[in-house]
Design a protein around this ligand. Structure first.
Ligand code: KDG
Ligand code: MG
Length: 405
């Protein structure tokens, strides 16, 4: 079964998505997600100019060989642009293999380890009360795990929350130039512990609570936060600090038993090898779209399992439903799956472009049994929503210093 054509699409049904379609001479096609938030066109060009021409005529069944060819073969390993392209090709090839076999991808991985996938939803509020009211709504919908983010009094915008009561920031995604946001660790500490104290007081101990620091703290500040949050029993504290220096997590780990999660920006196992091997984290947040696809994530999950690290794939709105579908197959298979981030199934336009059968009920997601990834891409519908340049915000300390976003 030879690869005949590779097409790359960019659409913006509310935010940009890059989708790859591989067409074979057997009449079977597959799709993959290559969306890199704020850098979409770099991946499009990489795919069209440098990747697609090398794959025409190759056997679509050779997933591993193609992965190695695109990773080792090109000399320039790793990197978000490269690995998003590799990821999309990889997902599309798994989709094709599943369709050719007449089996959903999870069966090719080894079958189900569980019947359904536990999701964590987002409650993002203008203040603590607003966040807790939103948490209550999600608990009432059946969610067993909720990520709590709340605006920080004194800061114009806080990660996860817009300052003007409009909407959850991630859903906007159409900013022709990067907006800037201010950060103050002091002001954050004045709010954050209260948020979780009040949440436990109001909801008791059964619901899982999570929080994303979004890398704003230094390791010792993260250690302090982890310690202060221990009484409120978080499922995990995400991106407590940047871990470019993976050893820096030893500082956090030696001070707190709050479980730690990291990895949504990671491109390969090398970004987290030491974190995993030294048991400095508990959950790996790597995403199929940014870490080299299903082939790579399967390998990372197996490596993590040796060290009792669970998977918790990234599920923000800038990952397309194709990535969510890929995660569903990995999640239902991985013996060490932990939890999947979930921000809803998207707006009506998105649902018309990406059609799938994944069911979400009572905070649990049910994988599709359709062959392949079980998701289809409507090219014509997508063409109604053209690309718009858009950026993530940039973060600065109150004195103007550029900080981690
Ligand atoms: O592109 C960046 C977003 O995906 C990120 O800000 C979302 O941190 C995030 C999360 O945990 O969902
Ligand atoms: Mg995050």
């Amino acid at each position: 079964m030879k690869i005949k054509e590779i097409k790359v699409f960019v659409c913006n049904p509310g935010r940009n998505f890059v989708t790859v379609k591989i067409i074979t001479d057997a009449g079977i096609h597959g799709i993959g997600d290559a969306t890199l938030n704020g850098r979409e066109m770099a991946v499009v060009s990489y795919l069209e100019e440098h990747v697609a021409p090398c794959l025409i005529g190759r056997n679509a069944h050779d997933i591993e060989d193609i992965w190695q060819y695109l990773y080792k073969g090109v000399y320039w390993r790793k990197g978000p642009v490269n690995m998003a392209a590799v990821a999309a090709i990889d997902m599309a090839l798994w989709d094709i293999k599943g369709k050719a076999a007449g089996l959903p991808v999870y069966q090719l991985l080894g079958g189900k380890s569980r019947q359904a996938v536990t999701l964590y939803a987002h409650a993002s509020g203008e203040d603590i009360k607003d966040t807790l009211d939103k948490t209550e709504e999600l608990i009432n919908q059946g969610f067993k795990a909720v990520r709590l983010q709340s605006a920080v009094p004194g800061l114009n915008v806080t990660y996860g929350v817009l300052g003007d009561k409009k909407d959850y920031y991630e859903l906007q995604g159409n900013r022709p130039l990067p907006p800037e946001e201010a950060w103050s660790t002091q002001k954050y500490f004045n709010m954050i512990v209260d948020l979780f104290a009040q949440a436990r007081e109001r909801f008791g101990n059964d619901v899982h609570l999570l929080h994303d620091v979004h890398s704003r703290l230094t390791p010792i500040e993260s250690a302090r936060l982890g310690k202060l949050l221990e009484p409120y029993n978080l499922m995990f504290l995400e991106d407590a600090s940047i871990a470019e220096n993976q050893d820096s997590y030893k500082v956090i780990r030696q001070h707190t038993t709050t479980p730690l999660a990291i990895g949504e920006t990671y491109n390969t196992i090398w970004d987290c090898k030491d974190l995993i091997q030294n048991q400095l984290i508990d959950y790996l947040r790597a995403a199929a779209t940014h870490a080299g696809g299903i082939t790579a994530l399967r390998r990372m999950a197996d490596f993590a399992s040796i060290y009792n690290v669970k998977t918790a794939p990234h599920g923000a709105p800038d990952l397309s439903p194709v990535c969510f579908a890929a995660h569903m197959h990995l999640n239902i298979w991985a013996p060490n799956f932990g939890i999947q981030e979930f921000v809803g199934l998207g707006n009506e336009q998105l649902k018309q472009i990406f059609k799938h059968q994944i069911k979400v009920e009572q905070g649990m997601a049910y994988v599709s049994d359709a062959p392949g990834l079980g998701i289809e891409f409507d090219e014509e519908e997508a063409s109604k929503y053209p690309y718009k340049r858009s950026y993530l915000p940039v973060s600065r300390l109150e004195d103007g210093t550029v900080w981690n976003w």
